[in-house]
Each structure stands twice: as C-alpha cells, then as structure tokens.
Design a protein. Sequence first.
Length: 146
Amino acid sequence: MSVCLVKYMCRSLTPVFFCLTLAACGSVSDGADAVTSFFVSPAETRPRTVVRARSVAWRGTPDQVIGMSTEDVATAFGEPSFVRQEQPAEVWQYRQAGCIVDMFLYTDGAEGPYRVEHMEMRGPEQNISLSENDQQDCFADLAGVG
C-alpha cells in the first residue's frame, strides 16, 4: 500500500473509532449495576425480569431459599450463570469456583411467579456429590459470605 493511501485511511477512520470508543464507555443512566445474561436457553419463552446485581451478602440458610421467587433469588444471589426451561420447571444454575448450585423453580399457574421448590449443590465435574462441609462452603460462596 502506498503511504498516501495509508494516511487517507487513518484520517477517514479516526472519527469512526472515536465514536465507537465513546459508545463503549457509556454507562447505565440510573447508576445501578446492571447485569446482562449472555446464557439464555433458546427454549425460554417467558419474558425475563431485568435483574440488578446484589449489593450485600445474603445471610439466610439453604432451607430459606425454598419458596423464594425469581426476583428474591436474583436479589439475594445475583444473575444466574445459566437459565434453562425444562417444562414445567425453570432451572437457575450458579457456577462457583468449586461447585455448582442448581435451583429448580416452578409456577403455580400460567401467570404465577416461579418459586424455588428444590435446590442441589454438586461438584464442578459431572455427578460429583459434595460433603456436608463442602455444601456449606458452596452456599456461603454463593451467598457472598464465604
């Protein structure tokens, strides 16, 4: 390429790169920490609630998770790593460094909110169960107190 062509391209593309850089620096207008889920199952048909990242550690126990709504779970633990529809359930998966937490949510009816009916904690490898102590550590990490 000739030197003239390179100079022309640099001058022509500079405003474009400047605009893209400014656009990338934009933030959420209300100042809140917005969370974007990049892992949504294609089978998911219900609209998702916009979830904000948790700001403090949740101080409950695993038994207290049962019965929580999707909004309560998202407030307590943040956006799940993965969401999948398994009719009639919705499964929320949280991946931690040493474990995976699966929450199984069901709804009372077509319009009712999903609520946690079952929760499982397992190792990061397929079919590896956790000891009682490892489950406590896993839940503490998820709750932000570990």
